[in-house]
Design a protein around this ligand. Structure first.
Ligand SMILES: NC(=O)c1ccc[n+]([C@@H]2O[C@H](COP(=O)([O-])OP(=O)(O)OC[C@H]3O[C@@H](n4cnc5c(N)ncnc54)[C@H](OP(=O)(O)O)[C@@H]3O)[C@@H](O)[C@H]2O)c1
Length: 132
């Protein structure tokens, strides 16, 4: 499970996963981390995603989920709201065109919004490994 949303695709890591028969599962699949962090960019307000969403009568969140599925990723979006959970399941009655998929791929900034796994240590999370 790795951070993947339109602003951070991790293309090389996904290729490596595929080479090893590992299914890539996206966390923050609709870019939750881009709006939790308040860094001025939100995938939900991205004009490209909103334009594509309008052509299908869908939301930007649904377009992102469909993009993941069409590119073969597993996705687990998070919502505490029943209507959004239903919305997030309602992505099987439309198909993004190849051009739309390429436009979403083109939003990649190659910059993660979440923590870098290489910087996470037991100290970061104030944890210790108990003696057996
Ligand atoms: N973030 C991490 O560091 C991390 C790491 C590993 C695993 N995960 C797991 O991956 C899953 C998803 O990650 P995530 O929560 O970071 O990001 P996410 O699913 O991309 O985004 C969740 C955010 O989007 C909102 N949302 C959900 N559906 C929406 C919709 N249709 N329209 C508008 N807003 C919508 C949610 O708000 P409401 O709840 O208010 O609807 C929440 O603020 C979670 O189960 C999480 O535990 C996360």
């Amino acid at each position: 499970m790795i951070e993947v949303h339109p602003y951070f695709r991790q293309k090389a890591l996904q290729r490596l996963n595929a080479q090893h028969g590992i299914l890539t599962q996206a966390w923050s699949p609709i870019g939750g981390i881009t709006f939790y962090r308040g860094n001025g960019r939100s995938t939900l307000e991205d004009p490209v995603l909103l334009d594509i969403a309008q052509t299908h009568g869908k939301s930007a969140a649904q377009v992102m989920l469909r993009w993941h599925l069409q590119e073969g990723r597993s996705v687990i979006p998070k919502s505490v709201k029943a209507e959004r959970i239903a919305e997030n399941f309602d992505v099987f009655d439309f198909t993004l065109t190849a051009e739309q998929v390429a436009m979403i791929d083109g939003l990649d900034t190659d910059k993660r919004s979440g923590p870098d796994p290489d910087s996470i240590t037991l100290q970061t999370y104030n944890k210790t490994i108990p003696e057996a």
